[in-house]
Design a binder for this molecule. Structure first.
Ligand code: NAD
Length: 245
């Protein structure tokens, strides 16, 4: 028996990286997984691999959200788990960051998360409730240079999560945020080991480790809402420095 038997789990940005790990693990625990993304070939291939379904969904398109959720509700079932995972990063110092980049990062990471939560409330409520997992970041807990829009978007996701948890608790819907540190995915392809050298656990995390946390939240953390789950190898705890020679 799986921990999510028969539950419908919709994952945004599910074609690769952490989203794909959530899709694989939730499918292996019996969920009917709905992968959504803008990377259609990868999404279809993963859906075939895990026995799920794929829908093209740009998370910034609120009309597309309405039609994908209506389709899934009618043909797969009421949505029990939503993982708002789609995200992008952009590096610019604040003095020269463009308005276009700001709008793109906020649009996908923050507004996309809002659209997703709003879109599933009715479907989740019809089945007595559900779980929404919003993927923030350690950038939702502290600042980083050259990442103002990303940091603002991820702090926004953290705050939005708390307000949504208060709005939706009465409908049986739990809402939490996950705050990963550096995780090995296509997003971090260009980064070397120096990025994690001062962490208490000096390595990149794996997408599967984050997926294990999401499964725990969805299946077991039944008295938890509005709060933050940090999975960062100790990155936000402090710097593990070597003594001077
Ligand atoms: N990798 C890390 O170190 C790290 C750390 C903290 C938080 N995060 C967050 O985790 C989430 C997943 O990141 P990842 O590392 O797996 O990155 P990734 O780039 O491998 O995957 C992101 C996915 O989101 C999809 N996506 C991008 N724009 C989209 C849009 N408009 N609509 C729908 N899908 C879209 C991409 O196509 C891709 O499949 C993101 O929200 C990211 O900000 C990543």
């Amino acid at each position: 028996m799986g921990k999510l038997d028969g539950k419908v789990a919709l994952i945004t940005g599910g074609s690769r990286g952490m989203g794909a790990a959530h899709a694989r693990l939730m499918a292996s625990e019996g969920a009917k997984v709905v992968i959504t993304d803008v990377l259609d070939d990868e999404g279809h291939a993963l859906a075939d691999e895990i026995g799920g379904t794929y829908h093209h969904l740009d998370v910034t398109d609120e009309n597309a959200w309405a039609s994908v959720v209506a389709d899934v509700h009618a043909n797969v079932g009421p949505i029990g788990v939503l993982i708002n995972n789609a995200g992008i990063v952009g590096f610019s110092p604040i003095a020269t960051a463009s308005t276009d980049e700001w709008n793109r990062v906020i649009g996908i990471n923050l507004t996309g998360t809002f659209f997703g939560m709003r879109a599933v409330v009715e479907s989740m409520t019809s089945a007595g409730g559900g779980v929404i997992i919003n993927i923030s970041s350690t950038a939702g807990l502290q600042g980083y240079s050259n990442l103002s829009a990303y940091v603002a978007s991820k702090w926004g996701v953290r705050g939005l999560t708390k307000s949504a948890a208060l709005d939706l608790g009465q409908h049986g819907i739990r809402v939490v945020s996950i705050h990963p540190g550096p995780i090995k995915t296509p997003m971090t392809d260009g980064f070397g080991d120096e990025m994690t050298a001062q962490q208490a656990i000096p390595r990149f995390g794996l997408p599967e480790e984050v997926a294990a946390m999401a499964l725990f939240i969805a299946a077991d953390a039944t008295y938890t809402t509005g709060t933050e789950f940090v999975i960062d190898g100790g990155a936000t705890v402090g710097a593990a420095l070597q003594p001077p020679q």
